[in-house]
Structures are given as structure tokens and as C-alpha cells.
Design a protein around this ligand. Structure first.
Ligand SMILES: Nc1nc2c(c(=O)[nH]1)N[C@H]1C(S)=C(S)[C@@H](COP(=O)(O)OP(=O)(O)OC[C@H]3O[C@@H](n4cnc5c(=O)[nH]c(N)nc54)[C@H](O)[C@@H]3O)O[C@H]1N2
Ligand SMILES: Nc1nc2c(c(=O)[nH]1)N[C@H]1C(S)=C(S)[C@@H](COP(=O)(O)OP(=O)(O)OC[C@H]3O[C@@H](n4cnc5c(=O)[nH]c(N)nc54)[C@H](O)[C@@H]3O)O[C@H]1N2
Ligand code: SF4
Ligand SMILES: [Mo]
Length: 735
């Protein structure tokens, strides 16, 4: 097969008959809507807002969103993305026929499922025969249900026999996960329900813009303040979230580690350490204390730009009440020192006794719909289901027992997401020559994206399962059109560790198949007739057994219980007799999940970002999100209302910087880093530090923020440095 590798032949919309295929399938609305309203959940972020879908045959999506007041997480509230989600169900927007690359024209053309699946099976097994099992890779996503994530990991290790699997969650909360595991012995986003937030005394929100990224959750923080509690927001930008705060600290991007250490220094200096808690429930304090003492407030001010009096004020606010929390999101985590940075925030909680007690603790706001469950059941490079580790012999034996295979046949841990993408198409013994991509769009969302795109083009074979023709799907040899959230049943685990059930509300278009059906059909073609059921309930049952006894134990959770109880919090082991285990909304109240039950301090020191500004690249770039668009935009850019609200990329910069550059509002700017260049209009705003520019990452093409970002990796979590790199900014038309 000829595989054109030029951008023109492979990715230009005009050159693809795929678009025609999509259009041809555009026609009458969904055929088989169910006739009653169904309780389900939003397809997007980790809040997993409850919603009710009612049949609406006159709409393009076939269903409409109605409120579901009773679900406790969002209490009826939804953001615009959730409300408009049914539009992505409409034909015309989405794929409804498999596509294969035509050897003659190089275009993607419609085909039937049997041909497409045969091609994928042949593509994957051909590479395996030529180059070995580890030459075949799999890249998954945190938007996949637990059942799918589980099946994908099993498929990779058993059917492909490959160690080369990882997923986009590595780009998301992996630093917080690593730090949580190190300190507490387990990693669950929040160790308490969101409902605890209004009842604590103070919350420090580090690098979360949840007013835009989880709008219904803002209510918990408003209630906190109404109840007399205080909110501190730490963000280099004055965001809509920061506007709600009693205190907003705006450090230089990449300096949260110094900031947290400076606060701990003051805690010690001011005699605010909870010595009894430290003695009874922690280990490693002396080293952590010594490390913090090296971070004088004046030094911290120089590094972070946060004045010492503000630092003192933050310490006072955090220490004054009985209980307090620190919550981090991507701001401090997406750095080459993200794990240590989160470790420093956890140290602050431990030293002040604000962990392992009611209404206190450290938590991470996970991001994707199943960002939490997606990292528990085996699509991460080093993991087996139930948050077991692939390198642990007992874990291998347990899971191999459930799968009915010899543990020695299971491969070892593979590479992390960026390292896997960087190895694609490499003509070396450890190169990955074929890839199955399920539920991610790295062409837009990966760091150093132009390079990643080039690596994807260099593959011998690329298969993509997606609901739309994403920028990454456009590079594929075979595109498999899959069914979506409202068309299938499955569980997701939200940021609280609450396992929820998404229920099927309508039938998919006839041309689409579920991801589980795809894995089943591929497994059968590759010699595994059994072991890959297509019924999600059957997969969940197996997942329960595989997770039993693991850290993330789901064995006591059933679809029925989830529906009856508004979700069930893991761990929830199955009990042989007596009343069922109630689930675990709150972790660590008696002991931490470490072998000795004590939380471990991390002896961390501040270090600079992988790339600091210099004469050639004098500014800092940070990246993130806007309210109306979701992630790589593959879904929300197709929804008219979301697009109208956020039609394209921009460069946010301070008026002083704009003056210095001679730039006016809306003028096209070129942002240049050592990796590449991106062009977008200027958005001048006093809500950002003058030494920093911000770009959202939702768009491909010339405004792609990830053309600029630095793939420098955290040594523990392997998280890339999305949140800081050195750039210069110039007027695009001059450049
Ligand atoms: N609208 C919308 N909502 C989403 C998503 C989306 O794409 N769009 N995605 C979902 C997903 S997967 C995720 S992970 C979450 C992410 O949710 P958030 O973490 O809230 O989102 P971001 O915008 O990436 O980053 C948050 C803030 O970090 C700040 N920041 C940048 N650099 C630094 C730094 O060095 N230190 C500190 N303290 N702050 C810094 C940015 O200015 C930004 O305001 O959102 C989820 N919800
Ligand atoms: N510069 C910069 N880059 C970033 C970040 C940042 O802050 N700054 N944040 C990072 C973070 S936190 C994240 S989470 C990543 C996310 O980035 P991506 O991994 O690209 O996430 P999505 O855009 O959600 O891609 C999901 C794809 O899967 C498809 N899809 C949805 N549901 C299903 C399904 O059930 N099955 C299948 N097969 N496909 C499905 C969607 O249509 C879409 O094409 O981006 C990262 N990239
Ligand atoms: S906040 Fe998240 S889960 Fe809730 S409606 Fe918006 S995107 Fe969906
Ligand atoms: Mo994320």
C-alpha cells in the first residue's frame, strides 16, 4: 500500500474523500431513540455531571438534555459544553462509516467494517511479524469508560503481547498521581467528596481555573465563603476563579515549588507545625523541614515574584481555621518538576495536620471524564487493573489468573506517553512502527506537536478509533467510527473517586460500532476468540474480579448499586457475607495507605524550569483552557454554539508588554519557541503577569499552542512541561 506522507496528501481536508463520506451519511436524524428519558452523565470533564437525556426526534442529535437535579455532584447545573453535547451525536458532524486509505490516490475512502477490521488486523500483525511485539503500540484516553480502558490494556498485553501502551492521562494528572502515591500510598483525585468543601475553613486552589474548567463546581467554593471560610487562588493569571478568591497570588509560572516551600518555611518559623500529628501520623519530617528551611521568604519572593507579606497572609489564612484543604490542578502539575511540586503542597498539609482528618486534606482535581478510572485499570504503561503494578509479581499472578494466562507471558512496563509518541515510526530496534489510537488527538494536544505529527506520519501503520475525523484520524490508514457516550453503557470514575454509570439513551447510527466491539473483532482476527466480550456489564464483572484486593478495589460495585446510590466510591471490596461494603467517600481518616500507615513527607528542593527565559526567548509561555472548548477541540469545535463563544486561539498578554512590543488588540502575533511558531491574535489584558503570555491549546493549524511547548519530562511522572517554556513574541506580519 502506498502511504503518502506529505501533509498535503495526508491531512488536507479538501484532498480527502472522507469529508464526502461524512456528508453522504448526513441525513435523517437518529433512527432509534428510546422513548423514555434516561439518567446519564456528560461526555466531557471529570466532574461527570449528572444529566437526563430525553428523546427529541426533531433535533439532529435525537435527544435533548434536561436537568437532573437529584445528582449530588452538580445538583442540576451544567456548563454549555454539557448542554450542547447532544449535537455531536448528529450525523454529518461525526463519522458513520469506516475509512481506509486508498493506495492509489492516498485519500481516505469509505469502506465496510469487515474490510476495515481486516486491514487493521493485518497492519498490526504485519508489523509484529516483521519487527516484534513491542513494535506495535497503543495509545488510549482518559475519556474511555472503565470497561474500555480495561479491555484496551488487556488487548495490548494479551493479544498484541506488547508492553507499548500509554494514554493521554499521562499529560493530565500524572504528577499529582505520582506525588499522591509517594505520600499516601494511594492515588485518588480527591480523598473526600466535593460536598466537604463548603464545610472546611480554608481552601488553597493551586493552578485551577475551575470557573471555566468545571463551572458547576464553583458553587462549592461560593458556599465555602458564604459559610465564613476563605479561598486562596494561586495562578499567574487573574482568572474568573481568582476573582472569587479572598487572596490571589500570581507567581511566575513554574515556581509553585518555591512558593509551597516558602509557606512551609513560615509555618515552621511561626511555630505553626502540628507536632503531635507529625509524630503520630507521618514519617520523613526532619528532611522535609530542613529542605523548607533553605527557602527563605525573601528568596521565595525573588523566585516567584510573590511579595513576602502576601506569603505571610496566605500562611495565616491557611493555618487559622481548624480544618483546611489544598487542591491542585494542571497549573502546578504540568511541569518537569510537577511531582515534587505537588509533594511540597502535600508537605504543607502534613506539617500543619491538614490531612487524614475530617474536612482537611490534599486533593487533585482530575480532568477528563474518566481521568481517574482511566489510570486504574491498565491502559497506563506500568499498570494492571485495580491500580496494581505490572512490575509486581503478585499483581501479575492475580491478573493473569483472572485472564487465564501464564503470568510470565505478560509483558513488563512500557514507555510513557511522550516517549511512546517520540518512538513512533523510528527505524531503530526499539522503534514503534504501528499504532492503535483510541480516544486521543495528539496532533493537537501533545507537546512539541509538530514533531509528534511527523512521527505519526512516519508510522508503517496507524489505526484510529474516534467519533469524529480528528486531526489525528486524518493521518490514519484506517479510521473506525465508534459509538458515543449516550449510545452506550459504561462506568466512569469522577474526580472524587465516585464510580458512576453512564446509561445508553439511544441507538447509534448503523455504521458505528462500540470500542468494545472493535477490540472483540480485532482480537478474534488475531487468534483470541474469547476474552473480549462486547457487553459492558460482562466486562465490568471481569474488571471487578481483576481489581479485587488491589488498591482501587471495585469488586463490591455493581451497576445496580451505582444507579441506586448516586455512584459508589472506591475502594469497595466485595463482602462474602453481611451487609455490603458501603464504599469509601473519605480516605485516610484512620491511617494512610502506606505499609506503616504513615504519610511520607517528600524532601524536595526548588529547581528552575527546564527552559528559562534568555535574550533570544525573553518571555514565558503558559497554556491552558477556555470555557467553551474541550481539549483538542475535536468535539466542541464541531458545535456551533461553543464555537461562536470561542472561535479561535489567542495570545493573552499584559498591556505593558503590548506597549513595549507596539502591539494593538486583535493584531496577529507570532509566538516563537525553540520548537516552533504559532500565530494568533493578541488579547490584551491586565489579568496576566507582564513577563508571561498565555495561549489556549484547543486548536490545530497555525494557532496550535503545542507547536511551542516543551516535552521536557518530570523524572518520576514523565509529565511534559506544558505550563512553561521560553518564547519571544513578535508582530506576525513583521516576522
Ligand atoms: N472548558 C474546559 N474544561 C475542561 C477541559 C477543557 O479542555 N475545557 N479539560 C478538562 C481537563 S482534561 C482538565 S485536565 C481540566 C484542567 O483544568 P485546569 O487545571 O483548571 O485548567 P488549565 O486551564 O489547564 O490550567 C489552570 C490554570 O493554571 C494556570 N497556570 C499556568 N501555569 C501555572 C503555574 O506555573 N502555576 C500555577 N499555579 N498556575 C499556572 C493557568 O493560568 C490556568 O488558569 O479541565 C477539564 N475541564
Ligand atoms: N499545551 C497544552 N497541551 C495540553 C494540555 C495543556 O494544558 N496545555 N493539557 C493536556 C491534558 S490535561 C489532556 S487531558 C490532553 C487531552 O488531549 P486529547 O487526548 O487530544 O483529548 P481530546 O481532545 O479529548 O481527544 C479525545 C478524542 O477521542 C474522541 N473520543 C471521545 N470519546 C470517545 C470514545 O468513547 N471512544 C473513542 N475511540 N474516541 C472517543 C474525541 O472525539 C477526540 O477526538 O491534552 C493535553 N495537552
Ligand atoms: S462541568 Fe464538565 S461534566 Fe459538567 S457539564 Fe460541563 S463539561 Fe460536562
Ligand atoms: Mo486533562
Amino acid at each position: 500500500m502506498t502511504r503518502p506522507t506529505t501533509p498535503e496528501a495526508r491531512s488536507e481536508p479538501g484532498s480527502l474523500s472522507a469529508d464526502a463520506a461524512v456528508d453522504a451519511a448526513a441525513a435523517p436524524a437518529v433512527d432509534a431513540a428510546v422513548d423514555a428519558a434516561v439518567d446519564t452523565h456528560c461526555p466531557y470533564c471529570a466532574l461527570q455531571c449528572g444529566m437526563r437525556l430525553a428523546p427529541a426526534p426533531a433535533t439532529a442529535g435525537g435527544v435533548e438534555v434536561v436537568e437532573r437535579d437529584a445528582f449530588p455532584v452538580n445538583r442540576g447545573a451544567l456548563c454549555g459544553k454539557g448542554r450542547t453535547a447532544p449535537e455531536v451525536l448528529a450525523r454529518g458532524l461525526r463519522l458513520t462509516q469506516p475509512l481506509v486509505r486508498d493506495p492509489g490516490s492516498g485519500a481516505l475512502v469509505p469502506t465496510d467494517w469487515e474490510t476495515a477490521l481486516d486491514r487493521v488486523a493485518a497492519g498490526l500483525s504485519g508489523v509484529r511479524e516483521r519487527h516484534g511485539t513491542d513494535a506495535v503500540g497503543v495509545f488510549g484516553g482518559g475519556g474511555l469508560t472503565n470497561e474500555k480502558a480495561y479491555a484496551l490494556g488487556k488487548f495490548t498485553r494479551l493479544v498484541l503481547g506488547s508492553s507499548q501502551i500509554d494514554y493521554n492521562g499521562r499529560f493530565c494528572m500524572s504528577s499529582a498521581a505520582a506525588a499522591g502515591n509517594r505520600a499516601f500510598g494511594v492515588d485518588r483525585g480527591l480523598p473526600f467528596p466535593l460536598a466537604d468543601i463548603p464545610r472546611t475553613g480554608c481552601v488553597i486552589l493551586v493552578g485551577s481555573n475551575l470557573a471555566d474548567t468545571m463551572p458547576p463546581a464553583l458553587r462549592y467554593f461560593t458556599e465555602l465563603r458564604e459559610n465564613g471560610g476563605t479561598l486562596i487562588v494561586i495562578d499567574p493569571r487573574r482568572t474568573r476563579t481568582a476573582e472569587q478568591a479572598d487572596l490571589h497570588l500570581a507567581p511566575r509560572p513554574g515556581t509553585d515549588l518555591a512558593l509551597a516551600l516558602g509557606m512551609l518555611h513560615l509555618v515552621v518559623a511561626e511555630g505553626r507545625v502540628d507536632e503531635a500529628f507529625v509524630a503520630e501520623r507521618t514519617s520523613g519530617w526532619e528532611e522535609a523541614r530542613a529542605a523548607a528551611m533553605a527557602h527563605w521568604p525573601e528568596l521565595v519572593e525573588r523566585v516567584t515574584g510573590v511579595p513576602v507579606p502576601r506569603l505571610r497572609e496566605a500562611v495565616r489564612m491557611f493555618c487559622a481555621p481548624e480544618a483546611a484543604m489544598v487542591l491542585t490542578a494542571r497549573g502546578p502539575e504540568q511541569h518537569s518538576k510537577g511531582t515534587d511540586t505537588v509533594g511540597a503542597w502535600i508537605n504543607l498539609c502534613l506539617a500543619t495536620g491538614r490531612a487524614g482528618r475530617p474536612l482537611s486534606g490534599y486533593g487533585c482535581l482530575t480532568g477528563q471524564g474518566n481521568g481517574q478510572g482511566g489510570r486504574e485499570h491498565g491502559q497506563k504503561a506500568d499498570q494492571l487493573p485495580g491500580y496494581r503494578m505490572l512490575a509486581d509479581q503478585a499483581a501479575r499472578e492475580h491478573v493473569a489468573g483472572v485472564w487465564g494466562v501464564d503470568p510470565d507471558t505478560l509483558p513488563g512496563p512500557g514507555r510513557s506517553a511522550y516517549e511512546l509518541l517520540d518512538a513512533l515510526g523510528r527505524d531503530t530496534p526499539d522503534g514503534v512502527r504501528a499504532l492503535l489510537l483510541m480516544a486521543s488527538n495528539p496532533v493537537v494536544s501533545a507537546p512539541r506537536a509538530a514533531h509528534v505529527e511527523e512521527r505519526m506520519r512516519a508510522l508503517d501503520f496507524l489505526a484510529v478509533c474516534d467519533v469524529v475525523l480528528s486531526e489525528s484520524a486524518r493521518l490514519a490508514d484506517v479510521v473506525l467510527p465508534v459509538t458515543q457516550w449516550a449510545e452506550e453503557t459504561g462506568t466512569m470514575t469522577n474526580l472524587e473517586g465516585r464510580v458512576i454509570l453512564r446509561q445508553r439513551a439511544l441507538a447509534p447510527p448503523p455504521g458505528c460500532r462500540g470500542d468494545l466491539e472493535v477490540l472483540n473483532a480485532l482480537a478474534a482476527r488475531l487468534g483470541w476468540e474469547k476474552g473480549f466480550p462486547t457487553d459492558p456489564a460482562e466486562v465490568f464483572d471481569e474488571l471487578r474480579r481483576a481489581s479485587a484486593g488491589g488498591k482501587a478495589d471495585y469488586s463490591g460495585i455493581t451497576y445496580r448499586r451505582i444507579a441506586e446510590e448516586d455512584g459508589v466510591f472506591w475502594p469497595c471490596p466485595e463482602r462474602a457475607e453481611g451487609p455490603p461494603h458501603p464504599g469509601t467517600p473519605r480516605l485516610f481518616l484512620d491511617r494512610f495507605a502506606t505499609p506503616d500507615g504513615r504519610a511520607r513527607f517528600a524532601p524536595v528542593l526548588h529547581r528552575p524550569a527546564a527552559e528559562e527565559p534568555d535574550a533570544e526567548y525573553p518571555l514565558l509561555l503558559t497554556t491552558g483552557r477556555v470555557l467553551a472548548q474541550y481539549q483538542s477541540g475535536a468535539q466542541t469545535r464541531r458545535v456551533a454554539r461553543q464555537n461562536a463563544a470561542a472561535p479561535g486561539p489567542f495570545v493573552q498578554l499584559h498591556p505593558r508588554l503590548a506597549d513595549r512590543l507596539g502591539v494593538t488588540e486583535g493584531e496577529r502575533l507570532a509566538v516563537v519557541s525553540r520548537r516552533g511558531r504559532a500565530v494568533a491574535p493578541a488579547r490584551i489584558s491586565a489579568d496576566i503577569r507582564p513577563d508571561t503570555v498565555f495561549m489556549p491549546f484547543h486548536w490545530p493549524g497555525e494557532g496550535r499552542a503545542n507547536s511551542l511547548t516543551n516535552p521536557a519530562l518530570d523524572p518520576t511522572s514523565r509529565m511534559p512541561e506544558f505550563k512553561v517554556c521560553a518564547v519571544r513574541v513578535e508582530r506576525a506580519d513583521e516576522a
